[in-house]
Design a binder for this molecule. Structure first.
Ligand SMILES: C[S@@+](CC[C@H](N)C(=O)[O-])C[C@H]1O[C@@H](n2cnc3c(N)ncnc32)[C@H](O)[C@@H]1O
Length: 391
C-alpha cells in the first residue's frame, strides 16, 4: 500500500487498480481512514510514545493504518491488524521500524473498547477523547474557526458529518426508467443510491441511462429552474463546467448550455453535444447574452471531505484566501455575461462561509435572491448555491 506523507494528491488517483480485487477495497479503506482521521490517530499515537517527535515518518504512517483497523474496522482482529502491518513494514524494507510499530500498536490496542458509537470515537472511552474538537474530528483548525465565526459553535454531530461518505448516487436521465439492481439502497425521484458502485458503473452508467452525480449537486439545477425560473430553451453559460456534471443536468432539463472551463483536458470529459470553450473565466469574453450564468467555482471541497479526505490537509489560510480571490474574480467576470434580466448562480461544494456567503453577498451591483447551504449527511455531500440578480 502506498504510504504518503504530507502529499495531498487525490486519493482516487492512487494506483489501487494494481491490487488484486479482494485487496482493493481494504487498501482504499485504510488509505481513506489514515487521512480522514489523521489528527485523531496522531493524537492517540503520541499518547503512546514517550517522545512523539522522534517517531520516524514511515512508522507514524504505519501506525495510522493500525489505528484505523483497531478503532474503525470491527471485523479485523487486533492480532491481525498488528501482524499484517508489521509484515508490510518488513516487505517495504523498513525492517528497522517493525519494533516500534509493534510496541506502539500494542499500546494503542489497549485503548480499544467495545463499540458504543460511530467511527473511531465509538471504540474509545469518552475519557480518551481529545478535548480539542478539531483533533477529535480531524478537521483543520481554521475551518472550525471560520464556521464558528459565521454559525457560532456547531453541534458535534454536524462536525462528525463532515467525514460521512455517502454511497454512490446516480441521476437517471430523462426518458429512462429508474434502474433496478440488487445493491440499490434508496431511490428518490431521479436519484438512486447504490451499495455496490461497480453494479451502477458497469450497468446503467456505462449504458448511458444514468450518470454519477451527488444529490447535492442536483440541487443547483433545481435552483436554476425554481429560483432563477429558467424556462426550457433558456441560454445558460456554465463558466467552470468540466467535467460537465451540471452542464449535462441542465441540458437534460431542456436548457441550452455552453460549457467553458480553463482546463482543456477536463473539458474533453464534457459530453460532446454541448458546445465547449476553453477560457479563463476571470476574463470571460462572452457577450452579455445569457439568461443564466453558472459559476460552479473551484473551492476547498470542505463539503465533501468524506469523498475527498485529502482536501482537509489543504485547508490553510493561504489556500482558502487564494481560492476566495479566484472565486470573486470568476463571479465578477461571469456577471458581465448575464443578459439584462438574467440571473447569476454561484455554487461551491464547500461549507466554508468565507467561500460561500462571503463571496456571494459581496458582489457589487448584485443582490442574493435565494441561497441554500447543504450540510453533508449519510446520503449526500455538502455545498452551497446562491442565485443573484442585479440590484
Ligand atoms: C468544481 S469544478 C466544476 C465541476 C462542474 N461544474 C461539474 O458539475 O462537473 C471547478 C472547475 O473550475 C475550473 N476552473 C478553475 N479555474 C478556472 C478559471 N480561471 N476559469 C475557468 N474555469 C476554471 C476547473 O478546471 C474545474 O473544472
Amino acid at each position: 500500500m502506498a504510504l504518503v506523507e504530507g502529499r495531498c494528491e487525490r486519493l482516487d488517483a492512487w494506483p489501487f487498480a494494481a491490487l488484486a480485487p479482494r485487496d482493493r477495497a481494504l487498501a482504499r479503506e485504510l488509505a481513506w481512514g489514515a487521512i480522514a482521521h489523521q489528527r485523531l490517530y496522531d493524537w492517540l499515537i503520541d499518547r503512546c510514545l514517550p517522545r512523539p517527535e522522534t517517531v520516524p515518518v514511515l512508522a507514524r504512517q504505519a501506525l495510522r493504518i493500525v489505528a484505523h483497523q483497531l478503532f474503525a474496522l470491527d471485523r479485523i482482529p487486533v492480532h491481525a491488524a498488528l501482524s499484517s502491518t508489521v509484515a508490510a513494514m518488513r516487505n517495504a524494507e523498513a525492517r528497522g521500524l517493525c519494533g516500534i510499530v509493534n510496541a506502539v500498536g500494542r499500546r494503542l490496542a489497549q485503548l480499544r473498547q467495545p463499540r458504543h458509537g460511530d467511527g473511531p470515537l465509538g471504540r474509545l472511552a469518552c475519557t480518551d477523547w481529545p478535548a480539542d474538537l478539531a483533533i477529535r474530528y480531524s478537521l483543520p483548525e481554521l475551518l472550525l474557526r471560520d464556521l464558528e465565526t459565521w454559525h457560532g459553535p456547531l453541534p458535534e454531530d454536524r462536525l462528525a458529518a463532515l467525514a460521512y461518505r455517502p454511497p454512490l448516487c446516480t441521476r437517471t436521465r430523462p426518458g429512462h426508467p429508474s434502474p433496478v439492481g440488487r445493491s440499490v439502497l434508496r431511490r428518490e425521484g431521479p436519484w438512486t443510491w447504490w451499495g455496490e458502485p461497480e453494479e451502477a458503473l458497469q450497468g446503467p452508467v456505462s449504458e448511458g441511462r444514468c450518470v454519477v452525480q451527488d444529490r447535492c449537486q442536483g440541487r443547483i439545477v433545481d435552483a436554476v429552474l425554481r429560483v432563477a425560473k429558467a424556462r426550457p430553451g433558456a441560454l445558460v453559460l456554465d463558466l467552470c463546467a468540466a467535467p460537465g456534471g451540471k452542464a449535462l443536468a441542465l441540458q437534460d432539463a431542456g436548457l441550452r448550455v455552453v460549457a467553458a472551463d480553463l482546463s482543456w483536458a477536463r473539458l474533453q470529459r464534457v459530453p460532446s453535444d454541448i458546445p465547449r470553450a476553453v477560457c479563463d473565466g476571470r476574463q470571460a469574453a462572452f457577450a452579455a447574452a445569457f439568461d443564466v450564468v453558472l459559476v460552479d467555482a473551484p473551492c476547498t471541497n470542505s463539503g465533501v471531505f468524506g469523498r475527498r479526505p485529502e482536501a482537509r490537509l489543504r485547508y490553510t489560510g493561504a489556500q482558502r484566501d487564494a481560492l476566495v480571490a479566484l472565486q470573486r474574480a470568476l463571479l465578477a467576470s461571469a456577471a458581465a455575461c448575464v443578459a439584462a434580466d438574467g440571473c447569476l448562480i454561484y455554487a461551491t461544494c464547500s461549507v466554508s462561509p468565507c467561500e460561500n456567503q462571503g463571496v456571494a453577498h459581496t458582489l457589487a451591483g448584485w443582490r442574493v435572491l435565494g441561497e441554500c447551504l447543504t450540510w453533508p449527511d449519510r446520503w449526500q455531500g455538502g455545498g452551497y448555491w446562491a442565485v443573484l440578480v442585479r440590484c
